[in-house]
Design a protein around this ligand. Structure first.
Ligand code: FAD
Length: 620
């Protein structure tokens, strides 16, 4: 049948990409349909129930700054919060949260069900309606035809999914869920470049069978961090600890002896898995000299005994999984509640996408999430938000929003994918961003909330809170800049234990730049201090890192000013220092006319463009 209502945007898949896409499209006022296999699995975490981590929390905060759901759900579902790299600089600091799987999912579903302009429907999308090179809608497994102006595909690991446990294989999108084979076949018939990737998950363990007295406890941080700019500690449920265990020589022997029964080593899986989240068999093979690997035993929730043993993802047969788990100190009597497995799935070469995440071959069709070769909830959610927004903007006759690399990690990720593609599941790291001092997790709201407001993604409550924060920051920075401390004064004496006697008068803002002093030290001499930690953090970071931040901004401005600079037709790229051979060959083959054109060539990095600029300036 033809469904009687027409939609502006249809999102296929209610995972992390799909839910952010649906919410973003609907927030901008577009009539949106979220079509998914199963409403009960909306926002389901296929693997570890953890959100954030290095590079990833930057994406969560960006989603949040643009009005998205992930950060809010994390504050409602988080049962252990930690700040990673707390002693390092703010650019690489990251928030990592262990979530209660059920509470997180419930929070996402609540937001979806209460979002204006958003309709949910449970059924598999089996076919796309494509006419004259443009998508017009979707046909479900039940034969219902939904029509729309744009469609966003967020199908995760479900396209042609095959699950492996030892030598056994079965079709599936993840354990317990069917694959999306009809849609996979339909997409393979369209002119996209398709590849296969794989990922895996560890067996889950019943906590009642673990001897915690023999494991090290890892509590969360105090004070407990918060993920969303709108979040508060009061929202967090009870907080719990994780525990640390270790593999040993016996564990490694068990794995080595059974490698021929691993689908990865026997050749039945050929696709590439996530480099930074390898299976335990991979770790033992690749780091053969290591006699032990760390395992974090992480609770899956407050109302379950299941634990996620982070670090022993495996697709070995069940008997080997049980033996390897039971060889670990503290887990000698462990009961496995669910076996670990690996899954192979189709992904599409992201170089076939535009920066808006629209496909180059079919108009009005967008891809987001694992389908683009990424791995991780955060990477998926951020792409989903962007694709949902741009699908809605297309339906509204507006131009796409494509964040730059110096604006957001979202811009870095999409630019990386579209320019370079990926041969392995792509995950975010701070090292991927060349302007990471500007793209901190603490300032995602300052970078993006005003843009999100203009795009129609940010509601009044969030924008009011943001404006109050910004006003407080500016006022406090001005106050500290206008307050002087005289040498020998009572105020100077208060600071003496930390920095010695002041030789002359100083502005408080300049004193705040000193590594020995923090905001509370300098503000206390005025007898007046702010209480909002987020505002204090900003005032402090902006004062302490001002010099570096200004320099990075100047680099960006310089590169942008020189984008129209012409590259001589005779330029010998082999003579440019620092360029990789691959980039030299690409530039030589493409012969770009300007720096901007060079930067748009797939695989030519912003760092390479900077080297070109230096060369041009030196050699005219
Ligand atoms: P998914 O979360 O997979 O969601 C896809 C959604 O689309 C599902 O709701 C599905 O039902 C629906 N759907 C699919 N096809 C259709 C259709 N035709 N019609 C209707 N609905 C459809 N990430 C890591 O970062 N580290 C890891 O270690 C890790 N391990 C993983 C292990 C396993 C076994 C799996 C399955 C995933 C793992 N991941 C890991 C990846 C992580 O789960 C994904 O990156 C993330 O969930 C991707 O989000 P997504 O929205 O793109 O897709």
């Amino acid at each position: 049948m033809d469904y009687p209502d027409r939609f502006d945007v249809i999102i296929i898949g209610g995972g992390h990409a799909g839910t952010e896409a649906a919410l973003a499209a609907a927030r901008t006022g577009s009539k949106t349909l979220l079509l998914t296999h199963n409403i009960e699995t909306l926002g389901q975490m296929s693997c570890n129930p953890a959100i954030g981590g290095i590079g990833k929390s930057h994406l969560v905060k960006e989603i949040d700054a643009l009005g998205g759901a992930m950060g809010l759900a994390t504050d409602q579902g988080g049962i252990q919060f930690r700040v990673l790299n707390a002693r390092k600089g703010p650019a690489v600091r990251a928030t990592r949260v262990q979530a209660d799987r059920v509470r997180y999912k419930a929070a996402i579903r609540h937001m979806l069900e209460n979002q204006e302009n958003l309709t949910l429907f449970q059924q598999a999308a089996d076919d796309l309606i494509v006419e004259d090179g443009s998508v017009k809608g979707v046909v479900t497994s039940g034969g219902i035809r939904f029509t729309s102006q744009t469609v966003v595909l967020c199908t995760g690991t479900f396209l042609g999914g095959i699950i492996h446990i030892g030598m056994e294989r079965q079709t599936g999108g993840r354990a317990g869920d069917p694959p999306a084979n009809a849609l996979a076949q339909r997409l393979r018939a369209l002119p996209f470049n398709v590849g296969r990737l794989k990922t895996g998950t560890p067996p889950r363990i019943d906590a009642r069978t673990v001897d915690f007295s023999r494991l090290a406890e890892q509590p969360g941080d105090t004070p407990v961090p918060v993920m969303s700019y709108m979040g508060s500690r009061d929202q967090h449920p009870a907080q719990v600890s994780c525990h640390i265990a270790y593999t040993n020589e016996r564990t490694h022997d068990i794995i080595r002896k059974n490698l021929d029964r691993s689908p990865m080593y026997s050749g039945s899986i050929e696709s590439v898995g996530p480099r930074y989240c390898p299976s335990i068999e991979d770790k033992i093979h690749r780091f053969a000299d290591k006699t032990s690997h760390q395992i974090f035993l992480e609770p899956e929730g407050l109302d379950t005994h299941e634990l996620y043993p982070n670090g022993i993802s495996t697709s070995l047969p069940f008997d080997v999984q049980l033996a390897l788990v039971r060889s670990i100190e503290g887990l000698e009597n462990a009961h496995i509640t669910r076996p670990g497995y690996a899954i192979e799935y189709d992904f599409f070469d992201p170089r076939d996408l535009k920066h808006s995440l629209e496909t180059k071959f079919i108009d009005n069709l967008y891809f987001a999430g694992q389908i683009n070769g990424t791995t991780g909830y955060e990477e998926a959610g951020a792409q989903g938000l962007l694709a949902g927004l741009n699908a809605a903007r297309r339906a509204q006759g507006k131009d796409a929003w494509t964040p730059r690399r110096d604006e957001a990690y979202l811009g870095v990720m999409v630019d990386d994918l579209i320019r370079m593609g990926t041969q392995e599941p792509y995950r975010m790291f701070t090292s991927r961003a060349e302007y990471r001092l500007l793209l901190r997790e603490d300032n995602a709201d300052l970078r993006l909330t005003p843009i999100g407001r203009e795009l129609g993604l940010v509601d009044d409550a969030r924008f009011t809170r943001f404006e109050q924060k910004r006003a407080q920051m500016e006022a406090e920075t001005e106050r500290l800049a206008a307050t002087w401390v005289q040498a020998g004064s009572d105020e100077a004496k208060q600071l003496e234990p930390k920095i010695g006697a002041l030789p002359r008068e100083y502005r408080l803002l300049d004193l705040l730049k000193r590594p020995e002093l923090d905001y509370h030290d300098v503000a206390s001499v005025t007898g007046q201090q702010l209480e909002d930690e987020a505002v204090i953090e900003q005032v402090q970071i902006q004062a302490k890192y001002e010099g570096y931040i200004v320099r990075q901004q100047q680099d960006i401005d310089k590169l942008r000013r020189h984008e129209s600079m012409t590259l001589p037709a005779s330029l010998d790229y082999t003579r440019i220092d620092g360029l990789s051979n691959e980039i030299r060959q690409k530039l030589d083959a493409a012969r770009p006319e300007t720096l901007a054109q060079a930067g748009r060539i797939s695989g030519v990095t912003p760092a390479a463009v900077s080297l070109l600029l230096v060369h041009l300036k030196k050699h005219g």
